[in-house]
Design a protein around this ligand. Structure first.
Ligand code: SF4
Length: 444
């Protein structure tokens, strides 16, 4: 089936032979980054000129392919806003941070972020094919001097070898697909030599900025490292072109499941109709919408932020209104390093003993009668129970009966009131019967 996505090339590149245009190395080496170069392709606004003429802003670079997707006559073009800086980047805002997700604090070795129990984020480069104005990692991304070196890769691999609870490694950066092919292949080979690494994921915007990088050769290489998953990053339907569709087709044909992570951006995609078109177009090219992120509290990105209510409104307009697998999860990545927090409209209205009251996407209200004869003991048993690391069980530990409460730091000291140990203070009073690992779990 022929897909109806356009292929565009700005008039400024009309004379470039197809052979060069379709060569990713040509695209990389002809990126635009100066006011003069960019102005040859799109007329700039005063605000853009000011930003491009000042120093100290996050790096600017854009491939000829991606800048061609901009409508030069529209100063509010959604692709333009993502990659051409404006003077609004210079405005500070409350809660702005350099490393809002506290990734560096969660790095046991440089470039490896171990935030969750069984998976890690491995930053393998600081370079990208083009640079997004709202980049969460603007603190290191774009700076060639900050990129990771061989001895740091060695430290990352060494940490992974001695950390058996890690079963999932996400390669990111920067963009792993701008690495020299040999370096990428070597990294994947070294990861695959670690027996407990079950899956490898790559987060890349290269198929969007430079789809010609997805060559048969690259697909051939990647498929040798299965199970391998790949998430791309598309924010607006205008980024879905014939070239991206072809790249996605090649990747899916070699068995790589594709997902999409987008960021909710004011003036770019903060509209339910745009988001619905985006997710529907993505599934047409066999890319499953995975996450819709709330914009992080990152320096330079204040003007892209929306209230969280906008995200909820968008999710309300997706769930039920289009195919379930086209609906991403809306995520607030917790400032300070708390990890991803899913946020959604509320569909459970209330509940009583054995009855829940729910509403659907149309506002239809219904009840679900729950069983009266179900007991926890009837739940399926799972042999080989694996527990997360202590401290990472969260509310699951309460539901599992591992714990009866979670206390904030210093809770006991505050409520002790600095009193003395006396005859009425017997610790056993607060140790409930039946809490703690069961017999089956103790054996492990
Ligand atoms: S592609 Fe990703 S890492 Fe690179 S600038 Fe954009 S958001 Fe940042």
């Amino acid at each position: 089936m022929t897909l109806p996505f356009p292929s565009r090339r700005a008039p400024a590149f009309a004379d470039v032979p197809d052979e060069k245009w379709n060569d990713w190395r040509w695209q990389l080496s002809h990126r635009l980054n100066s006011l003069e170069d960019i102005e040859k392709v799109i007329p700039l606004t005063e605000s853009e000129r000011k930003a491009l003429g000042s120093s100290g802003l996050f790096r600017v670079d854009v491939t000829p392919y991606f800048i061609s997707l901009i409508d030069p006559d529209d100063p509010d073009d959604p692709v333009r806003k993502q990659i051409i800086p404006t003077d609004r980047e210079m405005a500070a805002f409350t809660a702005m941070m350099e490393d809002s997700l506290a990734e560096d604090r969660h790095s046991p070795v440089p470039g490896l972020v171990h935030r969750y129990p069984d998976r890690v984020l491995m930053l393998v480069t600081t370079q990208c094919a083009s640079y997004c104005r709202y980049c969460t990692r603007a603190r290191i991304v774009g700076d060639p001097a900050a990129t990771f070196k061989r001895d740091e890769f060695d430290m990352q691999i060494d940490y992974l070898k001695r950390t058996p609870q890690v079963r999932d490694v996400l390669l990111s950066g920067g963009d792993p697909l701008v690495l020299a092919p040999k370096v990428l292949e070597e990294l994947l080979t070294r990861l695959r030599e670690i027996p407990h690494i079950e899956i490898v994921r790559i987060g890349s915007r290269v198929p969007v900025f430079m789809p010609m990088r997805v060559t048969d050769e690259l697909c051939e290489t990647l498929q040798r490292f299965h199970p391998l998953w790949l998430n791309i990053h598309v924010n607006h339907p205008n980024e879905i072109t014939a070239e991206l569709a072809e790249a996605a087709d090649k990747l899916t044909r070699v068995g790589i499941p594709l997902g999409n992570q987008s960021v909710l951006l004011a003036g770019v995609n903060d509209n339910v109709h745009i988001q619905r078109k985006l997710v529907q177009d993505l599934v047409r090219i066999r890319v499953r919408p995975y996450y819709l992120y709330q914009c992080d509290l990152v320096e330079g990105a204040g003007h892209f932020r929306t209230p969280v209510a906008k995200g909820i409104e968008i999710m309300e307009g997706l769930r039920g209104h289009t195919s379930g697998f086209a609906v991403p999860q809306y995520i607030v990545d917790a400032p300070g390093g708390g990890g991803k927090i899913p946020v959604a409209p509320n569909y459970l209205l209330t509940m009583s003993d054995h009855k829940v009251v729910l509403r659907n996407y149309e506002g239809y209200i219904t009840t679900y009668e729950e069983p009266t004869d179900y007991t926890p003991a009837m739940a399926a048993k799972y042999k080989g129970l694996k527990r997360p690391e202590p401290g990472q069980e969260g509310l699951t530990a309460l539901l599992d009966g591992e714990k009866m409460f979670i206390k904030s730091e210093g809770f006991d000291e505050i409520h002790d009131r600095h009193g003395i140990q006396h005859r009425l203070k017997d610790e056993s009073k607060w140790k409930p019967l039946g809490i703690g690992p069961g017999e089956e779990q103790e054996k492990e």
